[in-house]
Design a protein around this ligand. Sequence first.
Ligand code: MF3
Ligand code: CO
Length: 249
Amino acid sequence: MISIKSEREIELMKIAGKINYDTHKLLASKIRPGITTKELNDIADDYIRSQGGIPSFKGYEGYPASICTSVNEEVVHGIPSNRKLKNGDIISIDIGVIYKGYHSDSAWTHPVGTISDKKAYLLEHTKKSLYEGIKEVKAGARLHNIGAKIEEYALKHHLGVVKELVGHGVGQNLHEDPDVPNYGKYDTGLVLKAGMTIAIEPMLNLGTEKIYLLDDDWTIITRDNKPSAHFEHTVLVTEDGYEILTGEE
Ligand code: MF3
Ligand code: CO
């Protein structure tokens, strides 16, 4: 079932989204060679709670940390650890926040120090693919236009589109209907309605789109070990278009 959020619910999701955005900004200011992913996790956990939020990933299906930190060839769901970031790495940070029962979900990928041109290209175009997808959102539009646009944009830039993981509805739960794939055909899928809230989250790779799961049962990495990037926003469908609940464009 796809829920349509009331004004009150949207207000709470906006607060969850603001805490999420502010946490990303805070972490962005801390990223540098030498910091560990666990230190980033703990900064995020403290900050989210200081704002009256709860980090939603902690304990989600047994997930052991408060945020996901995925470095280089790690696509998503990397577990924070004592690993120190190095100059030239890229790190995807994925954050979920619950505020008074309502969720926000957002991911950004950052450079650590100075990165290669190829990695910078990956970051730039993965981020742009997210905004291209978001621009398709509007009451009355078809859901798969989002994925069709992301896929078209990614292929034009010769990037691999991860297909085994998808975006999702978000609200009283982290994952709600519908699935929001990062591929598809234009003019197919359900008709979007004002008040739906969805997480759109392209994961694009410099090489193959193929991925696999590491033995820790969480971390997903690219099969060819080439770098991967991930950008995600929680987005509200409106009559005129959309509102991004997890940050400015
Ligand atoms: N943020 C992820 C998503 O977009 C979910 C993280 S799963 C968790 O769907 F287990 F790490 F919480
Ligand atoms: Co998500």
